[in-house]
Ligand binder design. Structure first.
Ligand code: ATP
Ligand code: ZN
Ligand code: MG
Length: 302
């Protein structure tokens, strides 16, 4: 056993994260939230002039859109669905009996029309498709959502409910790959401004099962995903704090996203892991924000 107090325990002791008894499900202190709010203002400042359309969705999405997205093909192990009791009074009596004797009372729960959002951009594509063809300038959207992934862990940087800030770009291949490159450059600059050392690396998603291996290879070979990595809990395995995804025309085809001339839109999205960025700041500059280097405080709070 590691004799050192883990980073997670130190975060609990400092009150920055609040233990709920579930790995990866934490409350956050006011101080922790202030750091996230400050970093989001920095994102606003850097991305503000681009004129993205802001939208905020709740952390649940339309189950029909989730099904169409294909998420269950790729990441069934991560998905979270919302189920509810829909029974009669008699069913209610047996449910309470089950609870009373410690049996599984969730068996009779039925799926609702809502699933938990797995990534901030998922509700966007069907929303934009419904509007008809994109304007000549394409589409640029600013999103933020709590996201759910069933990946319980003692690593404070791997949470089950966490926030993702995203920019999503729709347009020609050139247009969206330029967008992605611009945010990779900006991401590196922003982290430098808050005193964090980063590396950028090619990445792949944990597509499920044997069939998923092919998707992993394809994603890597075609440079579809990059990550901005910062050491948090391990120097050898730095944590992805931003990701930069090029979907080619896959989402455009799936959702019917078309450009002004009727051709299929290419899409790309850039995601900031807000809790991970806050944790990287606390890890590198210490748990007491008042002690952070002056230049870092200035970059965040002016
Ligand atoms: P990882 O490889 O660490 O599992 P990911 O590739 O699954 O990350 P994305 O799907 O690209 O992550 O999500 C966008 C961003 O959301 C990531 O770059 C990361 O900063 C953040 N993120 C992803 N999963 C989690 C999590 N479980 N807890 C906190 N933040 C997360
Ligand atoms: Zn996305
Ligand atoms: Mg993951």
């Amino acid at each position: 056993m590691d004799m050192q107090t883990s980073f997670l325990d130190r975060l609990f002791e400092a009150g920055l994260l609040i233990d709920t008894g579930i790995d990866g499900l934490y409350g956050r202190s006011g101080q922790f939230e202030e750091v996230i709010a400050a970093f989001e203002r920095l994102i606003d400042k850097v991305g503000g002039a681009d004129g993205a359309e802001a939208m905020r969705f709740p952390p649940g999405m339309n189950r029909a859109f989730f099904e169409k997205s294909g998420y269950m093909k790729s990441f069934p192990q991560l998905a979270g669905t919302v189920h509810s009791f829909c029974g009669s009074e008699l069913d209610h009596v047996s449910l309470l009996q089950c609870m009373e004797v410690g049996e599984d009372w969730t068996k009779g729960q039925e799926a609702t029309d809502i699933v938990l959002t797995p990534a901030a951009c998922y509700p966007l594509y069907p929303t934009v498709a419904k509007r008809g063809n994109l304007p000549k300038t394409g589409g640029l959207f600013d999103l933020q959502s709590y996201c759910f992934r069933h990946e319980p862990s003692k690593d404070p940087a791997r949470q089950q409910l966490f926030r993702m800030r995203e920019y999503v770009c729709m347009g020609s291949e050139q247009h969206v790959t330029d967008f992605r490159q611009r945010w990779m450059d900006r991401g590196v600059e922003m982290m430098k401004a808050v005193g964090l050392e980063v590396t950028i690396d090619i990445a792949n998603d944990p597509f499920f099962g044997r069939a998923g291996k092919m998707l992993v290879n394809n994603q890597r070979d075609q440079n579809l995903k990059f990550e901005l990595l910062i050491p948090i809990t391990s120097a050898a395995n730095p944590t992805a704090c931003m990701s930069f995804n090029y979907h080619q025309d896959a989402f455009g085809t799936k959702w019917g996203l078309n450009l002004e001339d009727g051709s299929v839109a290419h899409t790309a999205c850039v995601g900031f892991g807000l809790e991970r960025i806050a944790l990287a700041l606390f890890h590198h500059h210490g748990l007491d924000v008042k002690q952070w280097p002056a230049n870092v405080r200035k970059a965040l709070w002016g």
